[in-house]
Design a binder for this molecule. Structure first.
Ligand code: SF4
Length: 403
């Protein structure tokens, strides 16, 4: 099978099993669209000729390509994808649900992942070598995952070792991280978590060590530690990878229970306290529900907080006539509003904000990927090298075994 892999975790022959990969050279600045770095979560841009978005036959072409692939392909659609793409998904879900759905389809030769790069990596880790995971546009990355690079995390760990506290630190990485960060976590005895099980993951980690290094979303880490586990914000410090020693002095690190990585989601991080106040004024009786990737003050001011799956389920089960302001990605909020016209469902922010990287997967890219696969050409395959995959899998398996 032809492999046009986008490996950001390239094999390094000769490295002993279980050892840390060598440091990579620092990423250089690139002019947008003028170059690509395969080691970056941004991936590389789509090769080949894309159908025109204005092609009137686009939907028909997608239907024909999907039909011709039949059971050989399984199409996964993340909740934040566009409607034009989601209609071709065999299953929809959040990142972890989709990775598990992919793993549950061993007969599918091609797993077409309509989501972002770290999700396709997780699907590759959880599927068999006989299956190819395809990301229709390799430039569909995740700005949050990009905020924790392998080199930066290794540097942080070395600083903790120099300080003599690394042995008491257990890393916990959010699902929204690159495969090599998951591998780092597995190598150091930690676990992956999702927004639904972050509380259990941190509780488990604090039963094993006395501190947690939480990657890469500071908000999920802080919200879980403070609002669910009763810690104070003073128990949390933020490691800034752009500052020497993370911008922290040794005493701050020694005192902290939670060392939060300075990363955030560019979509959920936009919601403000003012947005919550405004919507309460605009929509009388509104219930505010937000994702735990939102900033701490916004989560505290909301009525409910929950993962994408929880938000969907709360709104589905809410009584007719109820009103909801939703702080998550706009494609999903719009679909919820259409599907539940008996309820008032509004976006928490007044300005429109889609996840720009998720939105890179559009119908032309999906048609191109499916037509290429139907013609026997595997395109945009995402692969993770076996050693990184094994170490990342250990962290994923630990998550599945969480008490
Ligand atoms: S919504 Fe946020 S965390 Fe999710 S893919 Fe987009 S930038 Fe990444």
């Amino acid at each position: 099978m032809a492999r046009t892999a986008s490996d950001r975790t390239l094999p390094r022959p000769g490295r002993p099993q279980g050892a840390a990969p060598a440091r990579r050279p620092a990423l250089s600045l690139m002019v947008l669209g003028a170059a690509a770095d395969p080691h970056s979560e941004r991936g590389v841009s789509c090769p080949g000729e894309l159908p025109s978005p204005s092609d009137p036959a686009l939907v028909r072409r997608a239907e024909l390509a999907r039909a011709s692939l039949g059971d050989r392909a399984f199409v996964l659609g993340h909740h934040y994808q566009r409607d034009e793409v989601i209609r071709f998904a065999d299953v929809t879900g959040d990142s972890f649900k989709l990775a598990r759905e992919a793993a549950a389809r061993p007969a599918a030769e091609f797993v077409i992942f309509c989501g972002v790069h770290f999700m396709a990596e997780s699907a590759d880790i959880l599927t068999s070598d006989a299956q190819a995971v395809v990301l229709p546009d390799l430039a569909a990355g995740c700005s949050m995952a990009d905020m924790a690079t392998f080199n930066q995390v290794e540097e942080c760990w070395e600083a903790l070792e120099d300080l003599g506290i690394a042995a008491s630190v257990v890393p916990v990485t959010y699902m929204n991280s690159a495969a090599d960060i998951k591998a780092f976590t597995g190598r150091h005895g930690g676990t992956v978590c999702t927004s639904s099980n972050a509380r259990r993951a941190i509780t488990w980690a604090l039963g094993k060590g006395s501190k947690v290094l939480f990657l890469p979303d500071q908000h999920l880490g802080r919200n879980t530690a403070v609002l669910e586990l009763g810690m104070s914000t003073d128990d949390c410090v933020v490691w800034d990878p752009r500052k020497p020693d993370g911008g922290l002095d040794p005493d701050e690190l020694r005192r902290a229970t939670m060392i939060l990585w300075r990363g955030h989601c560019s979509v959920h991080g936009r919601f403000t306290l003012q947005d919550v106040a405004d919507v309460r004024e605009r929509v009388p009786g509104v219930n505010v529900i937000v994702h735990p990737e939102c900033v701490h003050d916004v989560v505290k001011a909301a009525d409910l907080v929950g993962s994408t799956e929880k938000i969907i389920s709360v709104i589905e089960n809410a009584p007719a006539g109820s009103a909801w302001a939703v702080g998550t990605e706009l494609n999903l909020v719009q679909r919820l509003a259409t599907a539940h016209s008996d309820k008032t469902i509004v976006y928490l922010d007044k300005t429109v904000c889609y996840c720009s990287t998720m939105n890179r997967i559009d119908l032309p890219h999906l048609v191109w990927a499916m037509e290429s696969l139907a013609a026997g050409q595997v395109v945009n395959q995402v692969t993770v090298d076996p050693q990184t995959a094994a170490q990342a899998r250990a962290a994923l398996d630990q998550m599945l075994a969480l008490p």
